[in-house]
Design a protein around this ligand. Structure first.
Ligand code: SAM
Ligand code: DTB
Ligand code: SF4
Length: 373
């Protein structure tokens, strides 16, 4: 009876662990601390970490987090939708798809002044990474807009901010051009497991997404890739998503974990809201299996209280989106976030250009070698 009731309410019954048994979270977190990041995770290993008793998982996510990162530092990123709505794709969660009536009006791409003004405002509010999003399937055939975006990237980078874009699928050449313009990171989410993916999107494939990630990686841009929970997927699919990310040839530098923002008019409008425990489970597992990644507590944060968010930071989240809006939906209030940083003793993470500095050094070095020889 208890079992049936807990399954119906979405709360899992206690796992059959004795109070003293060793959970997979302990074993794998200790191994991660001892041996560093691994890319040979089996799906079963990740599942057993994910299924560990929640407090164990939280505690060991925190252990790994403290071992690898300055645990009080939280990165603040700001999103700007530079091209909103009217998208050809059928992503069932997305208010920007032209296939759903969400009341969102399609807009043209924002001009340079408006974009730079938003970046300046974000910087003044303490944000160190500026992420520009466009409601496109891909950037093919959008040469004028793409060249404009290269300009925006250069300008924002010269303001001393990290710059990220999420423009849909890229071709190899475009990834290289973005790199040359100074792009820090490219966001392209896998969203869910390979198996569940066709229930959510049918207009582009999982392999196409992986190909874009490969081009981004090859161009030397940081990879930002994660997913969404609350799409109606099973826990096995959440594990599947983390398994794909954690077994990529190189782990993504950032892993956004989004809780579905159920928007009226989308096919997923009536999904049950994600519970904080599901978020913590996902964050702590991501932290243990991809220890060096920035794990971002992303969309859906607005529904979580400060103590709930504190548990996410404890579990291993070290990045958030700040600013009043995500792309099209509301985000947390600026003053509430300021207060949260103060109360929780969090410190904003400074922008990091070390990889770029290394790359420039290498370039200079190569130039010196070729001119001397
Ligand atoms: N059009 C590009 C693409 O799909 O790659 C970039 C923008 S798209 C809005 C970026 C990501 O936002 C999606 O991959 C998805 O993970 C997330 N997202 C979109 N709508 C969401 C929602 N309602 N709730 C949570 N995450 C959402
Ligand atoms: C990511 O993983 N989450 C952000 C960002 N990458 C682009 C987007 C969240 C969008 C939420 C719905 C909206 O505001 O339109
Ligand atoms: Fe278009 Fe991106 Fe939304 Fe999919 S997630 S409908 S590709 S804007």
């Amino acid at each position: 009876m208890l079992l049936i009731r807990s399954l119906r309410s979405g709360i899992r019954p206690p796992a059959p662990h004795s109070a003293f048994s060793t959970s997979a979270a302990v074993v794998q977190a200790e191994r991660t601390i001892r041996e560093g990041p691994r890319k040979d995770w089996s799906r079963e290993e990740i599942k057993s970490v994910y299924d560990s008793p929640i407090l164990d998982l939280l505690f060991h996510g925190a252990q790994v987090h403290r071992h690898v990162h300055k645990f009080r530092e939280v990165q603040q990123c700001t999103l700007l939708s530079i091209k909103t709505g009217g998208c050809s794709e059928n992503c069932s969660y997305c208010p920007q798809s032209s296939r759903y009536d969400t009341g969102l009006k399609a807009q043209k791409m924002m001009n340079k002044d408006a974009v730079l003004q938003a970046a300046k405002k974000a910087k003044e509010a303490g944000s160190t990474r500026f992420c520009m999003g466009a409601a496109w399937r891909d950037t093919v055939g959008r040469k004028t807009n793409f060249n404009q975006i290269l300009e925006y990237v250069k300008e924002i980078r010269s303001m001393g901010m990290e710059v990220c874009c999420t423009l849909g699928m890229l071709e190899k050449q475009q990834a290289m051009e973005l790199k040359k313009a100074g792009l820090t990171a490219y966001n392209h989410n896998l969203d869910t497991s390979r198996e569940y993916y066709p229930n959510i999107i049918t207009t582009r494939s999982y392999d196409e997404r992986l190909e874009t990630l490969q081009y981004v990686r090859e161009a030397g841009i940081s990879v930002c890739s994660g997913g969404i929970i609350g799409l109606g997927e099973a826990e096995e699919d959440r594990v599947g998503l983390l398994h794909t990310l954690a077994t990529l040839p190189t782990h993504p530098e950032s892993v956004p974990i989004n809780a579905l923002v159920a928007v009226k008019g989308t096919p997923l409008q009536d999904q049950k809201p994600v519970e904080i425990w599901e978020m913590i489970r996902m964050i702590a597992t991501a932290r243990i299996v991809m220890p060096r990644a920035m794990v971002r507590l992303s969309a859906g944060r607005v529904r979580f209280s400060m103590p709930e968010q504190a548990l996410c930071f404890l579990a291993g989240a070290n990045s958030i989106f700040t600013g009043e809006k995500l792309l099209t939906t509301p985000n947390n209030d600026f003053d509430a976030d300021q207060l949260m940083f103060k109360i929780l003793g969090l410190t904003p993470k400074a922008p990091s250009f070390s990889e770029e500095a290394k790359a420039c050094e290498l370039e200079r070095c190569e130039e010196a070698v070729s001119s001397s020889g």
